[in-house]
Design a protein around this ligand. Sequence first.
Ligand code: 5GP
Ligand code: MG
Length: 180
Amino acid sequence: MVASERVDVLYAAADVDRRIEDLAREIVTTLPEDFLLIGVLKGCFMFVADLARALDRAGATPGIEFIRLASYGLGKESSGEVQVVGDLPGDIRGRQVLVVDDIQDTGRTLAVAQRLLIQRGAAKVWSCALLDKPSRREVDFKADFIGFDIEDVFVVGYGIDYAERYRHLPYIGIVRHGGA
Ligand code: 5GP
Ligand code: MG
């Protein structure tokens, strides 16, 4: 942690666990048992690991794959452009896909991901974000499954970084600068 920064807890690990358990149950009521879960790296890694185990408890048998997309640089503002920086290794033609991201902000990343996966031949694509900031939306897109709606605050932890720090935190927090 940088001396002038502090991270306040927004959702404790137990709150995240509880919400993911419910989210998995919502997902299995809608998707076929053997769907393909595609996580958007890197921010999704902890969420996907916990969601996969909750999906198992809820009776699903998803395949797991990852794609790496980037829009943020090292700061807090998006470049507004979404790039594929690590592609899917395999064929997804005819698959029922659930694309999973950490946060839905402007909406661009999940909108681009969904379009890309349809272009690659997926039969149907649902989307899921652990966090949603509805007040920040710039494109008309809403994930089908959302963990928590949050205000316009910059969050870290539980896989989510600020300049590559804080991904390891087991909870979701808000970065405060200058002891404010
Ligand atoms: P969108 O394409 O919807 O604008 O942005 C989604 C991506 O922006 C997320 O996957 C995440 O990487 C990044 N992002 C949005 N809000 C935050 C935030 O509060 N903290 C961090 N670290 N990244 C964010
Ligand atoms: Mg991201």
